[in-house]
Design a protein around this ligand. Structure first.
Ligand code: GDP
Length: 187
C-alpha cells in the first residue's frame, strides 16, 4: 500500500475509513467511538497530519484515519497532496467496506467536502455521513439544520448521523452503523 505513510496492518480484516476536513472533530469522534482515549491523537494544529493512520478495533475491523483535508492555512502544495493520498487509498483498498464522512453540523459543506462526496459516490462505496459538534446547536434548531445539511450535501437525511463527542449524542447509532458495514459481506 504505497499511499499510506502510517503503519499498515498485515491483516484480512475489513476496513472502515474516516474522512473529513481538518478540525471537523474526527480525532474526538474516533476516541469516543472506540472508547480509548489514547487511540487517536486529538489535535488542535489542523493540517499537520499528512498520513493515514490505521487502528485495529476489537479484533474486528481496521479503522483507517485519513488525513484531514482542506484546511485554509496549509500551503498550496500540502493542499494538493491530500487528494491523491486519500483518493488512492480509497481506490486501492479491497478490504474497504465503507467510509464515514464527517461534516460540521453548523456549516455548509465546503467545496472539498462536496468533491469528496462526489468521489465517494463515483466509487459506490457505502458512506455514512456524520454531522459533528451538534452540541453547539440549540436543541430546537438541530433537526432543521441536519435536514438542511443533508440537502446541501445531496444525501438522504436518513443517511446523516448527528453526533457530539462532548455529549455522546449519536455515538451508539454510529457504532451500530459501522458494525453493520463491517459485517455487510456476511449478512
Ligand atoms: P480533527 O482535526 O478533525 O481531528 O478535530 P479534533 O477532534 O481535533 O477537534 C477539533 C476541535 O473541535 C477541538 O478543539 C475539539 O475540542 C473540538 N471538538 C471536537 N468534537 C467536538 C464536539 O463534538 N463538540 C464540541 N463542542 N467541540 C468539539
Amino acid at each position: 500500500m504505497a499511499a499510506a505513510g502510517g503503519w499498515r496492518p498485515e491483516t484480512t480484516l475489513p476496513e472502515i475509513a474516516f474522512a473529513g476536513r481538518s478540525n471537523v472533530g474526527k480525532s474526538s469522534l474516533i476516541n469516543a467511538l472506540v472508547h480509548r482515549k489514547k487511540l487517536a491523537r486529538v489535535s488542535n494544529t489542523p493540517g499537520r497530519t499528512r498520513e493515514i493512520n490505521f487502528f485495529e478495533v476489537n479484533g474486528t475491523f481496521i479503522l483507517a484515519d485519513l488525513p484531514g483535508y482542506g484546511y485554509a492555512r496549509v500551503s498550496k502544495e500540502a493542499k494538493a497532496a491530500w487528494r491523491p493520498l486519500i483518493e488512492g487509498y480509497l481506490q486501492q483498498t479491497p478490504a474497504l467496506r465503507g467510509v464515514v464522512l464527517l461534516l460540521d453540523a453548523r456549516r455548509p459543506p465546503t467545496d472539498d467536502d462536496l468533491q469528496m462526496l462526489d468521489f465517494l459516490a463515483s466509487l459506490e462505496t457505502p458512506t455514512l455521513i456524520v454531522a459533528t459538534k451538534v452540541d453547539k446547536l440549540r436543541a430546537a434548531e438541530r433537526q432543521s439544520r441536519i435536514e438542511t445539511l443533508a440537502l446541501e450535501a445531496g444525501v438522504d437525511v436518513e443517511q446523516v448521523i448527528p453526533f457530539s463527542a462532548v455529549s455522546g449524542a449519536g455515538r451508539d447509532e454510529l457504532a451500530g452503523a459501522v458494525a453493520q458495514l463491517v459485517g455487510a459481506d456476511r449478512a
